[in-house]
Design a protein around this ligand. Structure first.
Ligand SMILES: CC(=O)SCCNC(=O)CCNC(=O)[C@H](O)C(C)(C)COP(=O)(O)OP(=O)(O)OC[C@H]1O[C@@H](n2cnc3c(N)ncnc32)[C@H](O)[C@@H]1OP(=O)(O)O
Ligand SMILES: CC(=O)C(=O)O
Length: 570
């Protein structure tokens, strides 16, 4: 809902509240260092975006590489359900004609209804990059758009380096837009290509451009309204403005918001802000801001609840770790750690949350650490299925034990399984499934390249002493294997546990090789994951503590009727 106090001044373009989201993850996002997409990846991402209700999906630059050509062919065979897939390209080369430009033939072969064309707005680029005249650049823009229009395509014109061009040679920059509009472009998208513009400049420039455009005399015959159902809102202005921002100054999202407040009706960005250099405007921040704070219509509410899942699936597909601190969709976006915060959030979430996480498919999390108060302990206990009374003296003991262990180097925020075991212990609810009497690990390296590791463990289960040994490709894996061997006849479920992550952190680096280490171990049983922690001056002892607790926790988990929230499901 739009609040009266929000400084929204969409008066330059007083249209409906419809805002068109244009995703360029598959094109500008693919220009991100470290991101490499296969054809199948691109198709999977396109389907995710389609399910999110993104109306325009820029699929790539057909003609620039074979994968992008095939992408459009594959979508012709199996079209998206609702999104308009858009092909991207540049204006024709200088000194030729659009009809003779091979790249433009590839664009037409892609068979999309919409084409986005980028052209030069900045005289510096015309002279230095294109090495042509200012007049020829205008001819390139006009010729290319008219050609695409003559071939029945709708054209979105991306005015590359718009803001820099406008600052350096305003009249020329405006002329490029005028030519693009006159040739039949339906959207003029102002690009902050180098990402150097600040929000107050974006506001001012967009406002000025909107006023200039209003004064143009473009005859109705030159207007090519998009076909329904694409544009449902009814256009009162002939030409619409869009915005495309980069994050080089850390304000890509703020710049897009500033442009929208001045009335632009299309916003280009990428999922998770992927893009060249510092990235593009992050649609995972923009969409909820537009929809939930500015009251603009971008996607359906039922689609908005998929945003967190889409953000994480796409980070999985592109094989880049998700950003836990990302606004709205990050794992920590609604994580409360400080005791004061948790105490208040437990009473009313509005006290420390700017909106309800469920609206974008995220969830509130309570973090356990030495910053915790009793409220954290009680909230966490609830997620473990234990309803504790604040007055129960065991709660205070749990809190004190937690703070004491954290001061020794333990870290429970990343090892909630260990915290649950600690809590069960304090409440007298920890079932001793086995008792470790001792272990030995032996590593030797001979002349060969390989290092041999052998672990021996002595365990008591149900009053029975078991001695087992096993080899592994390292001391921790040998220890893990020996423990499982000893326990598997009593607890067959243990054979399904896999050690999926192992992290070591030196706690007092100045102490050199005798430093204290913290080990975090993650286990999975194919369905759930859980993490435990160990701390010791001996890395093997720290690993041993974490592995033993990890195995114990997995067995407790199998015993429990309901899987609790501390355990993250795949
Ligand atoms: C702001 C943006 O993000 S724009 C998109 C940028 N994305 C990419 O570049 C990814 C895809 N690009 C590619 O695959 C290749 O660069 C291609 C196929 C487009 C071109 O490859 P090549 O022909 O080998 O040229 P090269 O990449 O070396 O140089 C780019 C050429 O495009 C020209 N060019 C740049 N912008 C434009 C434009 N708007 N209109 C016409 N030509 C342009 C340059 O002047 C240069 O021409 P030159 O070869 O005569 O010097
Ligand atoms: C078109 C585009 O990607 C840019 O100007 O940044």
């Amino acid at each position: 809902m739009v609040s009266d106090i929000l400084p929204i001044s969409r008066s330059q373009f007083p249209m409906t509240n419809r805002l068109w989201i244009y995703d360029t993850t598959l094109r500008d996002g693919a220009q991100c260092e470290g991101l490499c997409l296969s054809l199948e990846d691109k198709l999977r991402i396109a389907r995710q975006l389609d399910s999110l209700g993104i109306p325009f999906i820029e699929g790539g630059w057909p003609g620039a590489n074979p994968k992008d050509v095939q992408f459009f062919w594959r979508l012709k065979e199996q079209p998206l359900t609702q999104a308009e897939v858009v092909a991207f390209c540049s204006t024709r080369r200088p000194g030729t004609t659009a009809a003779n430009d091979e790249m433009l033939q590839a664009i037409l072969s892609a068979g999309t209804r919409w084409v986005t064309l980028f052209g030069k707005s900045w005289d510096l680029h015309v002279i230095e990059s294109l090495k042509t005249t200012l007049e020829e650049n205008l001819a390139m823009i006009r010729d290319t758009i008219e050609y695409l229009r003559s071939q029945g395509r709708h054209v979105i014109y991306d005015a590359e380096h718009w803001f820099d061009g406008y600052k350096h040679n305003r009249d020329y920059a405006i002329k490029t837009l005028e030519v693009a509009a006159d040739a039949g472009a339906e959207w003029l998208v102002l690009c902050d290509t180098n990402g150097g513009t600040l929000p107050h400049e974006v506001s001012q420039v967009v406002r000025e451009v909107a006023e200039i455009i209003e004064s143009w005399d473009i005859s109705e015959s030159e207007i090519y309204p998009p076909q329904p159902p694409l544009i449902k809102g009814g256009r009162k202005s002939k030409i619409q403005l869009g915005i495309h921002t980069h994050n080089d100054s850390g304000v890509a999202v703020a710049n897009a918001l500033a442009a929208v407040q001045e009335g632009v009706t299309m916003v280009q960005g990428t999922i998770n802000g992927y893009g060249e250099r510092c990235g593009n405007a992050d649609l995972c921040s923009l969409i909820p801001n537009f929809q939930l704070k500015l009251g603009l219509d971008c996607i359906q509410d039922e689609q908005l609840v998929k945003l967190t899942q889409v953000s994480r699936s796409i980070s999985e597909i592109v094989n880049l770790a998700p950003d836990d601190r990302a606004p709205f969709v990050g794992l920590s976006a609604f994580a409360h750690k400080g005791g004061i915060h948790v105490s208040a959030v437990e009473k009313n979430p509005l006290t420390y949350e700017h909106l309800e996480p469920e609206k974008i498919g995220n969830r509130r999390r309570i973090v356990i650490s030495d910053q915790a108060g009793l409220s954290n302990v009680l909230a966490k206990a609830r997620t473990f299925g234990m309803d504790l009374d604040r007055k129960n003296p065991a709660c205070r003991q749990i809190l004190e034990k937690l703070k004491d262990l954290e001061s020794q180097g333990y870290q429970f925020e990343g090892a909630e399984a260990s915290f649950e075991l600690l809590m069960r212990e304090a409440l007298g609810k920890r079932k001793r499934l086995f008792e470790i009497k001792g272990f030995q690990v032996h590593c030797d390296k001979g002349r060969e390249e390989t290092v041999n590791s052998l672990a021996t463990v002595k365990v008591t289960v149900n009053g029975q002493d078991i001695l087992e040994c096993a080899e592994g490709n390292g001391p921790v894996s040998a220890l893990d294997a020996a423990l499982r061997k000893a326990l598997r006849n009593f607890y067959p479920a243990i054979t399904d546990f896999n050690l999926t992550d192992y992290k070591v952190r030196i706690l007092d680096g100045c102490a050199g090789t005798s430093a204290k280490t913290r080990v975090l171990v993650e286990f999975s049983n194919g369905q759930d994951r859980w993490t435990t922690v160990g701390v010791s001056g001996n890395i093997l002892d720290a690993s041993y503590q974490a592995v033993v607790e990890g195995l114990e926790y997995g067995l407790v988990l199998g015993d429990r009727e309901a899987i609790v929230l501390t355990v993250s499901s795949y």
